[in-house]
Design a protein around this ligand. Structure first.
Ligand code: FMN
Length: 438
């Protein structure tokens, strides 16, 4: 098979996929900044597997279905949305493109989906509320400084944010080795070790030098930021509260009367406990592979979580979504919707407003196209029967009679194994994976 690499895009309009927007971001940004967005923890196993998990499924399209009026519209956490998706919280977006948070929030509003502001964003809670219309969710890490944490929650309430998203997969910062190698720190420090990297992207560097590095607006005054690269669990990483537990989450539930979402769940038992506690939704997430490397890929964790809550709690999923078809697969497995992390972030840091918009347009177009090609006129028609495992189990063959062991050989007689168990017979092997019911 021959495949020619497409020419590198020069602007957002020349991007036809999320991968194109990623390429554009890579061309525009110093390596240290691009890697901060693109990278994952340690060996990046979970980062890669989040993405690869979508490849474990194939679609079996229904034919002869009237899809002329097909639509991606849906209800997401109780309110209408144009796509079964929301923008995920991503901190420090402004380091890539000044105003990237606003670009994402405005693109979300134009598309008609919720936008989640990170507590470590470079735009203030109130600025998003004032300058971007639409549905806003506020993501909070639980901080050691409780007064500060409750202050953030209070500000989100006054600014009329619809939902509070508590991220629970980050008791400590993950070990992101690309950042160490690149001498990347927050706040940025132009130093002898990274000056060549920054100088290789003069437009970015000049803009930052002239106008100054953006700050994490919502965390101003929290504590002096980290300065060394090895502290790059990030400056806020040191402020997270590793003692945050179920009893403290119950306090958050008591004090936040609106929609409460818990992000960073991978297990059925945790999801069931969250349901019992009265949270309104969970996000199956491993932080895009930026925290615990080796964590189960989110699409594989999704069925366990769905089965545990049995339809009594909306379940969203994120991690590795780069195509509209990925959204279709997540919904077919039973998710109510997805969060878009790097997919839209690449767009925003590659080309600001135009890039954020382009990312959403691409995903919307791809999802609608997938629905039409699959005979799914609405997102409710994205059901488990559309899915087939990409690699079906090998066709079963009758067990071969084993040759009789030669008399006198040590293994003659009972087929014992090291653990004392008999070897599995062909008919005892795990059956082909069935599509998971929603
Ligand atoms: C650069 C970057 C910053 C992030 N910052 C936050 C954050 O501040 N809060 C949070 O809950 N998740 C954060 N995340 C995780 C995302 O919300 C989301 O879970 C993840 O990006 C999904 O994986 P994907 O990027 O492969 O789609 C961040 C992710 C990235 C890539």
């Amino acid at each position: 098979m021959t495949s020619r690499r497409p020419p590198a895009p020069r602007d957002a309009a020349g991007c036809y996929s999320i991968e194109d927007l990623r390429t554009l971001a890579r061309r525009r940004l110093p390596r240290a900044v691009f890697d901060f967005y693109d990278g994952g923890a340690e060996d990046e196993t979970t980062l890669a597997e989040n993405r690869a998990a979508y490849d474990d499924w194939r679609l079996a399209p229904r034919v002869l279905v009237d899809v002329a009026g097909a639509s991606t519209r849906c209800t997401l956490l109780g309110a209408p949305a144009a796509l079964p998706a929301a923008i995920a919280p991503t901190g420090a977006a402004g380091f890539g493109w000044r105003g990237a948070d606003l670009a994402l929030a405005r693109a979300a509003a134009r598309m008609g989906i919720p936008y989640t502001l990170s507590s470590s964003a470079t735009t203030a809670i109130e600025t998003i509320a004032d300058q971007a219309p639409g549905r806003h969710w506020f993501q909070a890490y639980v901080l050691r400084n409780q007064e500060f944490f409750w202050g953030l929650v209070g500000r989100a309430r006054v600014a009329d944010y619809e939902a509070l998203v508590i991220t629970v997969d980050l008791p400590v910062g993950g070990k992101r080795e690309r950042d160490f190698h690149n001498h990347f720190s927050i706040p940025f420090r132009f130093s002898a070790r990274n000056v060549l990297d920054f100088a290789s992207r003069p437009r970015w560097a000049l803009e930052m030098l002239l106008r100054g590095m953006p700050a994490m607006e919502n965390l101003r005054g929290l504590e002096a930021a980290a300065t060394s690269a090895t502290a790059i669990a990030s400056s806020v990483g040191r402020s997270y509260d590793p003692a945050f537990d179920w009893s403290r989450l119950a306090q958050v539930r008591d004090r936040w009367p609106r929609t409460l979402v818990v992000k960073g769940v991978s297990r059925g038992d945790d999801a069931r406990r969250l349901l019992a506690m009265g949270v309104d939704a969970v996000v199956v997430s491993n932080h895009g592979g930026r925290q615990l490397d080796g964590a189960v890929p989110t699409l594989h964790a999704l069925p366990e979580v769905l089965a545990a809550v049995g339809g009594r709690l909306p379940v969203l999923v994120d991690g590795g979504i780069r195509r509209g078809g990925d959204i279709a697969k997540a919904l077919a497995l039973g998710a109510q919707g997805v969060l878009l992390g790097r997919a839209t972030l690449y767009g925003a840091v590659a080309a600001g407003d135009a890039g954020a918009q382009r990312a959403l347009d691409i995903l919307h177009d791809e999802l609608l196209r997938t629905q039409r090609l699959c005979g799914a006129p609405t997102v409710q028609h994205l059901t488990p029967d559309l899915l087939r495992p990409a690699r079906p189990a090998p066709v079963r063959t009758p067990p071969m009679p084993s040759p009789a062991p030669a008399a006198g050989m040590p293994w003659a007689g009972t087929p014992a194994r090291a653990n004392g168990a008999a070897p599995p017979r062909a008919e005892d092997r795990a059956p082909a994976q069935e599509p998971v019911a929603s």
